[in-house]
Design a protein around this ligand. Structure first.
Ligand code: PA5
Length: 423
């Protein structure tokens, strides 16, 4: 079960104030979410899919994934933003650091690099490839353009290309649907009431995750149990997380860092950045979300965290059972002066790095809290995904904005399309 340690926050609260002072506004935000009375209440499908689960959909996803695992060397996922970050985060978190068995899961259409696409296509030569093109709108330039190349490439190499391409998109609208209808690709649907950044537990994330050999039923069950746990406002850590972040925002903090000490959790940070950045960053409000990987980034951004402008807050994302049980060996003569670590497991050394950082950041004026996971499993990742989704919905309501739209992302598209001469 996820737990939230708030012991380092109290020293930063104004004298006489406690987090329980937020209880009335938190209750109101929780009620708005659960009773669907808040802003953007037509985009709450990410909760509905957990409160009324569609088990046959999970089975269908698992069956197509089993086919991919049997027939493909590579599954190429084509999508951007919410159409790839969640899948990448879960796959990276649950895969070994080196050499995962089964098909390689690669990504395309998540930027505009022609060099990347050319080299990717070269690297796929001679391999059995499946493509999952994922776009809710079906009109996003990055994946649509990359898919043009891939369609040609697949047609030239595989007589059964149509069997090997799976589209994940809106039930009816969008250019991808037209293409899919004319070619007869298999299709999974993104529910219209689930926004891209909330879609990891729909086929958007589930198909690539299952193709990577991950138990999507367990992932889903983790999210479902967390959704149930957070459905009341009592002892609700997602409400406390949202309250702290809101207080920090009101107190003038600008940046919110999610720090991980296990590198395979860093892509979860990238997913969290999108979830929080797109949900809260509007109407001149919101904390700027930044993911950091420690201790790596303590040797770069750590200087700013400790000593730069005092506008940075932090949440450590930690794991009780991190599988780091290899112990420091003895060096004859102690020439590197590290023999004081002999016999200590990496888990303990990494934990001391966390404790030391937490202490130093507290003393340096960085308010911080710690979110603890028991281990990195499909179940706990499901819990984590729902925790952050619930937290950002409440956070958006506390800020008085609609957490489920993203009007700001249209601005760059407008300018880019003008420069490209789009009719
Ligand atoms: O969260 C969002 O809605 C966005 O980040 C989208 O996921 C992203 O822009 C991709 O959109 P689409 O899936 O429509 O191609």
């Amino acid at each position: 079960m996820l737990t939230l340690d708030l012991s380092n926050i109290s020293p930063f609260l104004p004298p006489g104030q406690t987090l329980s002072d937020f209880q009335p506004v938190l209750e109101a935000a929780q009620t708005a979410l659960v009773t669907k009375n808040g802003a953007g209440n037509n985009f709450l499908g990410w909760r509905d899919l957990l409160t009324t689960p569609n088990v046959s959909l999970l089975d269908e996803v698992a069956a197509v994934a089993a086919e991919i695992r049997e027939r493909a060397d590579v599954l190429l996922c084509v999508g951007i933003g919410g159409s790839y970050l969640g899948a990448k985060a879960v796959i990276d978190a649950l895969s070994p650091y080196f050499k995962r068995s089964g098909p390689e899961i690669l990504f395309a259409g998540h930027h505009m690099s022609g060099a990347y696409l050319r080299e990717l296509l070269q690297s796929l030569e001679g391999k059995s490839v499946y493509v999952n093109v994922i776009s809710k709108s079906g009109t996003t330039l990055e994946p649509a353009l990359a898919f043009r190349f891939l369609l040609d490439w697949m047609d030239e190499r595989f007589a059964d290309a149509n069997e090997r391409i799976i589209a994940t998109t809106d039930p009816a609208s969008g250019a991808l649907n037209q293409l899919r209808n004319s070619r007869g690709f298999r299709k999974f649907v993104i529910p219209p009431d689930v926004g891209g950044r909330f879609s990891v537990l729909t086929p958007v994330g589930l198909l690539p995750i299952a193709a990577a050999g991950i138990d999507v039923h367990a992932l889903f069950e983790g999210a479902r149990t967390e959704c149930e746990r957070l459905s009341t406002s009592e002892n609700n850590p997602a409400l406390q997380y949202a309250a702290v972040r809101f207080w920090l925002h009101e107190a003038g903090y600008k940046t919110d860092v999610l720090s991980v000490f296990e590198p395979k959790l860093y892509p979860i940070g990238a997913w969290w950045q999108q979830l929080y950045g797109e949900s809260e960053g509007k109407e001149g409000k919101g904390l700027f979300p930044v993911a950091m990987q420690f201790s790596t980034d303590l040797h770069s951004l750590g200087q700013y965290m400790q000593d730069g402008q005092r506008v940075v807050a932090e949440t450590f994302l930690m794991v009780h059972d991190d599988q780091g049980d290899i112990s420091a060996p003895l060096l004859a003569g102690d020439l590197d002066k590290l023999n004081y670590l002999v016999g200590k497991p990496y888990t303990e050394i990494n934990r001391k790095a966390y404790e030391g950082t937490r202490q130093a950041h507290t003393e340096g004026g960085v308010p911080n809290m710690t979110l603890w996971m028991d281990a990195i499993t499909p179940q706990t990742l499901g819990e984590l995904i729902y925790f952050f989704e619930h937290g950002v919905a409440i956070g958006g309501y506390l800020l008085g904005i609609n957490p489920f739209d993203q009007p700001g992302v249209e601005a760059y598209k407008k300018e880019m399309f003008r420069l490209l001469g789009k009719p």
